[in-house]
Design a protein around this ligand. Sequence first.
Ligand SMILES: [Zn+2]
Ligand SMILES: [Zn+2]
Length: 201
Amino acid sequence: MSAPAWAEALVCEVCADAGVDPPRLDWRRRRGDHSTGVARRSDGSIAVRAGSDPLDQRLTLLHELAHWLAPAPRRRRAPHHGLVFYRLAFALYVRHGIAADDALRLESARYASSLRHAASLGVPGAAERLAERRAAQRARPRRQWRVLVPEHPVVLRREGRWHVCATCGQRVVAAALARARRARRPVRHVLMGTEAAATAS
Ligand SMILES: [Zn+2]
Ligand SMILES: [Zn+2]
C-alpha cells in the first residue's frame, strides 16, 4: 500500500527543512496500536509498519526521520539512541505537532533510556517522569540471594547428558566440570539461589 498523504508530506517537509534528500517511504499496516519503523540509509528508505494509533504512527515516522537526519556514526559502537539522536528526535516531535507529554510517554514505552536523555535536554516533564520511574524502581523488592546449600565438596554424578553435583543437584558444566575432574582434592562450591527459587524447590 502507498503511504498516506500526511506521511509523504511530513517526510518532504522535514527533509526540506534539513536540506537533505528525502527517503523512499515504504508503508504497511500491522496489528495492534503501536507502529514500528526502520530507516535504511544504504537502501535510501524508511519503512513503517503502522499500528492503529495515529499519534504513534506520526511519532514513529518522526523517530525514523531523526535517524535519517542523524549524522552517520563515526565510531562503529556509537550509541544508536544516544543524546545526539534524541536531541534531533525531540526537536522534530515538538516542531511537528507532538506534545512533549505524548512524546515522552510514547518514546519511553519503546526505549526506557530516552527519559534520561530527554531530561538532560530539558524536555518539559522529563525530569519528573524520570524521578517517578526511579522511585518506583526503588520501591520494587529486590531479589534476595541466599545460600541454599552451604559449602561442600563437588561430587560428580551423571544425570542423562549432564553432570550434576550429587550433594546439591547443581549442574556442573564446561570449565567447572573440567576443573572438578582434574582436581586432586575435591573442588568445593556453594549453591546460591533466590527466595523465589528456594520456595519453588
Ligand atoms: Zn530508533
Ligand atoms: Zn554441590
